[in-house]
Design a binder for this molecule. Structure first.
Ligand code: SAM
Length: 364
């Protein structure tokens, strides 16, 4: 069994011998990491700002939200982002997710997406949003090239939704969900971070929703993210516990995995359900073996793993040179740095330690 160090060494030697010459790299090239995982998916956090203050996302470190925000010049400009994406696609990235903070709060997002849409080889642009501005923007987003949308929806009860998000906006978000379904995004996924004592009494309601509407409701295990996260063992509910609760309603029928399912295990609650249920278990059944992702934080750092704080300052590289070879080298390095697994369970057991990275900058 090779240690991670030797795997990285062998991987680098292999890359030196086989990598395509910088300016002849073509879309369709594949990016393999030292553990033979194909990296094809880049997540861009467009801003760390958000119009909501979701209790699982905002940490003590972020306080009331007015602290620690990035200045506009700290964010990558749209031109810089398009440059990174073009290079990444030429190396083998084919899927992109726009996230944040709240990506729809950043001015000029629609022309930016249209510019992404013209990148040859980029087949798939996705969006994760809190949905507040979605009803008004859905049609234009779809026309600009976003095909798939994930909407965070952690409660179906308006007052509770306001308590979780800090803002009374359930109706706007629900209008966003309805509009997303009529505009043609496929799939429309609803992300539910399950928190014991906060929204776990709504699991059955969410499951029934997946029978009534052609959506995928995705139950995500609550993760300890950021210094001063509200996460605690008591608030954590494992996927097994979530599935057991939902199984009381009827049989969960496994659905064949398709590529946009990502790490979710997908089921249908009864054969007549119009939608499906996805279960995402970053803690209890982590999916590191099949992880295909790189992340670019809103501060312009390349991050190899959601739960590992090692990052590469791509912003400094972008601003230091016009030579795209430097971007390619940084992307290769981020792939070399990708750990085999996040070991969050062990870290929680040993030190209770949270991951330091803030969700609002990383983008989930
Ligand atoms: N503003 C957008 C939104 O609300 O969907 C995008 C950013 S948000 C950080 C991206 C995703 O991260 C959301 O679906 C949210 O549910 C998830 N998320 C944030 N903090 C989390 C945590 N501590 N544990 C699990 N998921 C989390």
């Amino acid at each position: 069994m090779y240690s991670h160090y030797f795997r990285r060494k062998i991987y680098l030697m292999h890359q030196e011998n086989t990598s395509t010459a910088p300016d002849t790299a073509k879309p369709g090239t594949s990016l393999l990491d030292p553990f033979a995982r194909t990296i094809s998916y880049l997540r861009l956090s467009l801003t760390d700002r958000c119009n909501l203050r979701c209790l699982y996302c905002v940490t003590e470190e972020e306080g009331d939200g007015s602290l620690c925000k990035l200045n506009h010049e700290d964010l990558l400009s749209y031109e810089e982002l398009v440059r990174v994406v073009r290079v990444a696609v030429s190396m083998g990235i084919s899927k992109l997710r726009l996230t944040g903070g709240e990506p729809l709060t950043r001015r000029g997002v629609l022309p930016f997406i249209a510019a992404l849409g013209s990148i040859d080889g980029l087949s798939d642009i996705r969006l994760t949003t809190n949905g507040v501005f979605l009803a008004d923007k859905a049609e234009a987003l779809f026309a600009a090239g976003v095909g798939k949308v994930n909407i965070s929806l952690d409660s179906l009860k308006p007052e509770r939704f306001a308590r979780i998000t800090g803002v009374d906006c359930f109706r706007e978000v629900w209008r966003g969900v309805e509009t997303a379904l009529t505009v043609g995004f496929s799939p429309v996924k609803l992300n539910v971070v399950v928190m014991a004592g906060i929204n776990d009494d709504e699991l059955e309601d969410f499951a029934r929703l997946s029978q009534q509407l052609p959506v995928q409701v995705r139950f995500i295990e609550f993760m300890p993210m950021g210094v001063g996260s509200r996460w605690s063992r008591d608030m954590y509910l494992s996927t097994d516990a979530i599935m057991a609760a939902i199984s009381r309603l009827g049989e969960l029928l496994p659905v064949e995995h398709v590529s946009h399912d990502g790490p979710a295990r997908v089921y249908r609650l009864g054969k007549d359900a119009r939608g499906s249920l996805g279960f995402i278990s970053p803690i209890s059944h982590h999916f590191c073996d099949t992880c295909n992702r790189l992340r670019l934080t809103s501060a312009g750092s390349l991050r190899s793993c959601l739960l590992h704080d090692e990052e590469i300052d791509l912003r400094a590289i972008l601003r230091a040179t016009n030579d795209d070879a430097a971007i390619r080298a940084a992307i290769r390095q981020a792939i070399v740095n990708k750990p085999k697994g996040h070991q969050l369970e062990e870290r929680l057991r040993d030190s209770g330690g949270d991951c330091h990275g803030r969700m609002s900058r990383i983008g989930g």
